[in-house]
Write a protein that binds this ligand. Structure first.
Ligand SMILES: [Zn+2]
Length: 395
């Protein structure tokens, strides 16, 4: 934190206590004549301050000092202070300020709604999800469509609580109130329910939720992957292959997620030609090495080591990659003399170590790196933002 910003916090810490009241009582008489004008001025300053504070702490200090001199009772002042305390992590103070605001008799309807929203956010920050949920739910009940912000918060809360039916209900309500399409999110929630049903062995229930996921988002990659896995579980390799191919064709980023299962299903059905054609198609569309390595293994099996080596060398010139290099080294291991085999083995181990520590997946929204795929980013909580990392050290 910059020094200037720390100074703002320091000023704030003193404001509501001694400095604010004592100083104010002393100054009030002198300011009375210009009071109204100054009050209007300070209101607008504070609205601006809500936006400014994070970026320009020096200006914030200046404004704060001016306001503190003249104006204690405006609603905006309290909103700004409450907001600041919450951001600063002093949730108790924020809660007190917003509760005081709500109890004021002369608030406008809009101000009251805003105060309840702020208090709800305080509760969320404090981890008091039940109390936040109660506030937001009351807002939605009373104000219906005029409280989309409350609906948004409720959707976040139900996600945290993994209460998917309620998350679905409120996402639908939000979509109806705002017109903002929620299909992708709804499909994720339905897929969570599919997974739960599958874990408990309820195939019928799983199918129902899967249909709902497709209804919400007909292109849902996750629903496609689950369909493929369900088909595999039932021994329907042909249906599984269709589902996995559709997922990869629709969003090629999910190819690494389905390729292993696809290879196994094709091995059982004996459709090597189809598989080779599909992999060749994927190599053109997918920037990573996964389809290239899989096709190299097929070529090695069908046409021999030399053909595989030629193929890999050609591909690696187009897209250098440590994993591809490792595959090429492995191809050379079998037929080399004992001395060069040791060198190759060492090179292979080095390649493995080079990629071992790298994140295989990264969130496109917040940059969170992960070794495994997550549908919801563990860091920023967004859905469908975690994708394979490409490049020499990645996928
Ligand atoms: Zn993220």
């Amino acid at each position: 934190m910059s020094e200037a910003l720390q100074a703002v916090w320091w000023v704030l810490a003193l404001l509501p206590v001694a400095a604010f009241s004592g100083w104010l009582i002393g100054r009030r008489g002198a300011e009375r004549s210009g009071g109204q004008r100054v009050s209007r001025l300070s209101s607008s300053y504070f609205r601006g301050l809500n936006f400014l504070l994070n970026e320009q702490p020096d200006k914030a200090i200046e404004v704060f000092l001016q306001i503190a001199e003249v104006d204690k009772d405006t609603v905006e002042t309290h909103f700004a202070l409450g907001n600041l305390f919450r951001r600063r992590g002093e949730v108790d103070r924020a809660i007190r300020i917003h509760q005081n605001l709500i109890e004021r008799p002369h608030l406008s309807e809009d101000q009251r709604i805003q105060a309840v929203l702020e208090l709800g956010e305080d509760f969320m920050r404090a981890g008091l999800l039940d109390r936040a949920e109660g506030l937001f739910a009351d807002l939605v009940k009373v104000h219906g469509g005029v409280a989309p912000k409350a609906l948004r918060h409720l959707i976040s809360i139900y996600q945290l609580e993994r209460d998917w039916p309620k998350a679905i209900e409120h996402a639908r309500q939000y979509e109806a109130a705002t017109g903002e399409p929620m299909g992708k999110l709804l499909a994720q929630f339905h897929c969570e329910l599919v997974e739960i049903a599958r874990t408990s062995g309820d195939v019928e229930q799983a199918r129902t939720h899967l249909r709902a996921a497709y209804d919400a988002d007909s292109h849902s990659a996750r629903a496609g992957i689950i369909s493929g896995r369900m088909a595999l579980a039932e021994g329907d390799d042909a249906a599984a292959i269709r589902a996995f191919e559709r997922v990869a064709r629709h969003d090629v980023d999910y190819l690494p997620e389905v390729l292993q299962s696809l290879l196994q299903a094709c091995a059982r059905t004996g459709e090597r030609g189809r598989l080779r054609a599909f992999l060749a198609e994927m190599i053109e569309r997918f920037p990573g090495v996964t389809p290239m390595l899989a096709l190299a293994r097929l070529i090695e099996h069908d046409d021999g080591v030399d053909a595989a080596r030629q193929f890999l060398t050609r591909q690696l010139r187009r897209r250098p990659s440590v994993r591809g290099q490792k595959a090429l080294i492995d191809l050379g291991l079998d037929e080399s003399a004992e001395t060069s085999r040791d060198t190759l083995r060492l090179l292979g181990e080095l390649s493995e170590q080079l990629v071992a520590g790298e994140a295989a997946y990264r969130c496109g929204h917040c940059g969170f790196g992960a070794r495994a795929h997550h549908w919801q980013c563990p860091s920023c909580k967004r859905w469908d933002t975690i994708k394979p990392v490409h490049g020499a050290f990645g996928e």
